[in-house]
Ligand binder design. Structure first.
Ligand code: ADP
Length: 319
């Protein structure tokens, strides 16, 4: 292997830049040439590709987003689109590819691998919804952004003795809600993996009220319901004055935490190691703080699960 490529695809996440930097520097350390592919699979199809040097990835480890930019590219879901991408890689002499992204991006990487160019996936998404890794790049930063806001809302919630509903991101996964809820001391955490009835939520609110509790924070994952609608129903059924905050895309931005920078550096470098070992069609991850890899075919259709022990703990600590 002489020349590898790197691209970021799908939803961006803080730490993607640190992962690109790791791929580039680790590749150059091993005497590879590294090419950056701009705008994900769209840029691959268009041949928006250029050589990266050590200095190309200087001063980016601390930046959110991705300097290679990202894109959604419906054309790449088709065989014709994948063939075009494959031909561009051949044209540039790229014989290995690192794809940093989420589940959809992994499907694209798997397709390229099957066409004959080795690909390794690196989990970059704030949602933490990728099978085969305990954590994805960007998750820790997103949780920290969420708890910053939760802490601030708690100040005003306690001054005004109010109940707040805070909707966080995560697509179909409840990880951001669970970790932000636990670390922000939320009274109730609603995640898609552990459905709860409205009655249970109300009962808990009432229990708190009976104990003299004056305010309450309810964290709702976007995968469960719309926070505004949920708050309206809760207000109707409790006569409490409820306020809502939908955190939205702020969770996708910002400077990555040290945890995300270290994770991105480890995973990006490990992806290059796998390419050098001749591996293909695999995704890297971290499990019990060890670097691991799995075949993309194995993980792509496996269901995402929540860390049940963390959920149980969150329940026990918010009685
Ligand atoms: P994420 O990678 O964050 O899950 P998407 O699901 O939007 O984000 O996927 C990112 C890109 O990956 C898509 O725009 C498309 O180009 C490519 N992709 C998604 N699904 C497939 C698929 N089944 N086969 C090939 N490429 C895919």
């Amino acid at each position: 292997m002489k020349r590898i490529g790197v691209l970021t695809s799908g939803g961006d996440s803080p730490g993607m830049n640190a992962a690109i930097r790791a791929v580039v520097r680790k590749g150059i350390y091993h005497n590879l040439e590294v090419y950056g592919i701009y705008q994900g699979y769209q840029g691959l199809i268009n041949g928006n590709i250029e050589k990266l040097e050590i200095g190309s990835v200087g001063d980016i480890i601390q930046r959110g987003g991705t300097f290679l930019r990202s894109a959604r590219c419906p054309e790449f879901v088709t065989k014709e689109g994948q063939q075009k991408g494959y031909e561009q890689l051949k044209k540039f002499g790229i014989d290995g590819l690192v794809v940093i992204g989420g589940d959809g991006s992994y499907r694209g990487a798997n397709a390229i691998s099957k066409l004959g160019i080795p690909c390794i996936g690196v989990p970059g998404t704030i949602d933490n919804d990728i099978v085969g890794t305990d954590f994805t790049i960007g998750f820790d930063t997103a949780v920290n952004t969420a708890i910053d806001v939760i802490d601030k809302i708690r100040d005003t919630a306690s001054s005004h003795e109010r109940t707040f509903v805070i909707e966080v991101m995560g697509r179909n996964a409840g990880d951001i809600a669970l970790w932000a809820g636990l670390s922000g001391g939320a009274e109730t955490i609603l995640i898609p993996e552990e459905p709860q009835q409205m009655d249970e939520v109300i009962e808990k609110l009432n229990r708190g009220k009976d104990r003299g509790k004056k305010h309450s924070i309810i964290v709702v994952a976007e995968g469960v319901t719309n926070g505004v609608k949920f708050a309206e129903e809760l207000e109707r059924r409790t006569q409490l004055e409820i306020r809502v905050s939908v955190l939205g895309h702020m969770q996708r931005g910002g400077s990555p935490t040290a945890t995300d920078r270290v994770l991105a550096s480890r995973l990006g470098a490990y992806a290059v190691e796998l390419l050098l070992e001749g591996k293909s069609g695999r995704a890297v991850g971290i499990m019990n703080n060890e670097l691991v890899s799995h075949a993309l075919d194995e993980i792509l259709d496996a269901p995402h699960t929540i860390d049940k022990k963390i959920y149980q703990l969150s329940q026990e600590l918010s009685i």
